[in-house]
Design a protein around this ligand. Structure first.
Ligand code: 5GP
Ligand code: ZN
Length: 117
C-alpha cells in the first residue's frame, strides 16, 4: 500500500524512532533531521513520515503531504536563519538518490554554484 512503512527503509526507521537521528523539527506528518554527512554548514533532511519512494510518487499519491514537506523546508530555513538556501529532491539513482524514501535536502550557510554538478 502506498504510504505504508517499509521494513527495510532507513528513513521509515528514523520516522518511527527506531534509528537515532538529530531531529530538529517534527510535525504530525513530517520529520526534519540533520544529514549524517553534511554537504553545507546547514544540511537538514525533511521527510514525510509515510513512505513514498521518491518525490514524484509523493507528489502524485499524496499532494497534501508533499505540500507539508515543502512547508517544513521553509520552517527549517527560518529556524536556521537562512536567507538563501537550496531545496533538493534527488529523484532516481542517476540523480544521486541513495535512500528511496522521499526527502528534501535543505542546504545553506555557504555560497552555492549553479548549475550543480
Ligand atoms: P539522497 O542521496 O538519497 O538524496 O540523500 C540521502 C541522504 O541521507 C544523504 O545526504 C546521506 O548523507 C543521508 N543519510 C544516509 N544515511 C543516513 C543516516 O543514517 N542518518 C542520517 N541522519 N542521514 C543519513
Ligand atoms: Zn520509508
Amino acid at each position: 500500500m502506498p504510504g505504508e512503512p517499509q521494513e527495510d527503509c532507513l528513513f521509515c526507521k528514523i520516522a518511527e524512532g527506531h534509528v537515532p537521528a538529530t531531529i530538529v523539527r517534527e510535525t504530525k506528518t513530517t520529520v526534519a533531521f540533520q544529514d549524517i554527512n553534511p554537504q553545507a554548514p546547514v544540511h537538514i533532511l525533511v521527510i514525510p513520515k509515510a513512505h513514498y519512494p521518491n518525490a514524484a510518487e509523493l507528489a502524485t499519491a499524496a499532494p497534501e503531504l508533499a505540500a507539508d514537506v515543502l512547508r517544513e523546508t521553509k520552517e527549517v530555513a527560518d529556524e536556521q536563519q537562512l536567507d538563501s538556501y537550496r531545496v533538493v529532491f534527488n529523484t532516481g539513482a542517476g540523480a544521486g538518490q541513495t535512500v528511496f524514501h522521499a526527502h528534501a535536502h535543505v542546504l545553506g550557510g555557504r555560497g552555492m554554484q549553479w548549475p550543480p554538478g
